[in-house]
Design a protein around this ligand. Structure first.
Ligand SMILES: Nc1ncnc2c1ncn2[C@@H]1O[C@H](COP(=O)(O)OP(=O)(O)O)[C@@H](O)[C@H]1O
Ligand SMILES: [Mg+2]
Length: 232
């Protein structure tokens, strides 16, 4: 591997060439802005594989992503982006922070999906941003924010359809965008760490299992079962 360019809570970034990076998915799992942290052997492989699968699904639907190919089972070759430190969230069904923040009930259905922007800042618990904030902090122009909104709405539709066909339900999705030659591109990862998925009985498949303090082997078995279901 080339020079290490950076490292976050779940991935390491290495230099590959002028235009590409390697993203190596670690076995760490975190919640509560990094306060709760554990290791699950093999989790990095599962998230790398899940991400690769969903990036390919988005690419086939004409949504630009950073995905190029896999170098090994936990290392992705990706286009090098200038990352924007904003989490863009789209919600089909209410759960998580939105039901605490607003007078919205668990399970309320959003059609069209609700889109929200959050600053990636663990020390401030990822505060909600509006267009003015994003312009003030030079994160995204209003035009770019609208473009990101349009892209995540298309992405949640495509991914919901894909996941529905395999018997599960996509509640919400978080994307991180970067810029390449002035254009927005979906970067980072698309895994059970960044989306909420349940089956029709309400059984949880995503990182909420970990957030709720359930055993680590249950987290791993659900991540693994999900990848199996999504793989054909
Ligand atoms: N295509 C890309 N080009 C450059 N950096 C990327 C790309 N995709 C993701 N990254 C960066 O990889 C880093 C590590 O990811 P991660 O471990 O998820 O970090 P964090 O803990 O901040 O969420 C992040 O800083 C993210 O912005
Ligand atoms: Mg991350």
């Amino acid at each position: 591997m080339g020079e290490k360019l950076g490292e976050g809570k779940t991935k390491e970034v290495f230099y590959l060439d002028e235009d590409h990076v390697l993203l190596k998915f670690k076995d760490s799992v975190t919640a509560g802005d990094g306060l709760k942290k554990d290791e699950i052997e093999g989790k990095g492989v599962l998230n790398a594989q899940t991400s690769a699968l969903f990036f390919r699904v988005l690419e086939s639907a004409g949504i630009p992503t950073h995905y190029v190919s896999m170098k090994d089972e936990r290392t992705m070759i990706a286009k090098k982006l200038s990352m924007i430190p904003v989490e863009v969230v789209a919600r089909n069904i209410a759960t998580g922070s939105i039901v605490k923040r607003l007078p919205i009930k668990e399970g309320e259905i959003f059609d069209p999906p609700i889109v929200e922007f959050f600053l990636k800042d663990d020390s401030r618990h990822d505060p909600l941003l509006n267009y003015s904030h994003m312009e003030y902090f030079k994160l995204m122009s209003r035009r770019e924010a609208e473009e990101a909104e349009d892209m995540i709405k298309r992405a949640i539709k495509v991914l919901s359809d894909y996941i529905n066909k395999r018997g599960l339900i996509l509640y919400d999705l978080k994307l991180e965008f970067g810029r390449l030659k002035g254009n927005l591109v979906v970067g980072d990862e698309i895994s059970l760490d960044s989306m909420r998925v349940r089956n029709p009985k309400g059984e949880i498949y995503d990182k909420d299992i970990y957030r709720r303090g359930e055993p680590l082997d249950k987290v791993k078995s659900k991540y693994s079962e999900f990848l199996g279901l999504m793989s054909h």
